[in-house]
Design a protein around this ligand. Structure first.
Ligand code: 5GP
Length: 173
């Protein structure tokens, strides 16, 4: 069993997600906005974020890819597509919602993929950002927290499929 230390507690998570939701509502108002959740890591974040956006025009969609090997802490750069979006997003506002941006390879790939569907706008949102590890030149429009180079788990994020159900964000010592 790994030893997990708390990095961001539930109260801090909730407060920051509330702020991000307000920022998104200020930017898009009641215009149709598609939140594209990247499975599985961004599920808890996307659901909580969507509940806090005070608009009746939010649509959810899901993408499943895998860029991490089982039990592997480094991204391989090779992205395996498992499930594409199901909604027609042409001429719509799209926000790609990720758990964490590390090298930026996954987000870069997702932005290009979403752009092929001809949306009106594409924005990016990540609960966590690890800028010290970035190799790709990408913009994250909505960032929850900037974190050090730690391996984080919880609130959707796993280590070997475990710890997703932790209600807070921790790191493996
Ligand atoms: P990138 O392509 O930006 O290097 O990696 C992004 C993906 O790697 C994230 O969606 C996430 O699945 C995974 N990842 C990166 N850093 C961490 C981390 O500290 N903990 C966990 N659980 N996954 C991470």
């Amino acid at each position: 069993m790994e030893k997990i230390k708390t990095l961001i507690n539930e109260e801090k998570l909730n407060n920051r997600i509330e702020e991000l939701a307000m920022q998104i509502y200020n930017d898009f108002g009641d215009e149709e906005t598609v939140l594209v959740c990247i499975l599985k890591g961004a599920t808890y974040f996307t659901i909580d974020l969507s509940k806090k956006i005070k608009s009746n025009n939010v649509i959810l969609d899901f993408i499943k890819i895998s860029s991490y090997g089982v039990g592997n802490r480094e991204t391989t750069g090779h992205i395996d597509f498992k499930l594409g979006i199901s909604e027609n997003i042409e001429d719509k506002n799209v926000i790609i919602v990720e758990d964490i941006v590390d090298s930026g390879k996954t987000m870069k790939y997702l932005i290009e993929y979403i752009k092929t569907k001809k949306p009106k706008t594409v924005k990016t949102c990540a609960l966590l950002d690890k800028p010290s590890r970035r190799t790709e030149d990408i913009t994250i429009d909505y960032v929850g927290f900037t974190v050090e180079n730690l391996f984080v788990v919880g609130y959707g994020m796993d280590y070997d499929e475990k710890y997703r159900n932790l209600p807070y964000i921790g790191y493996i010592e």
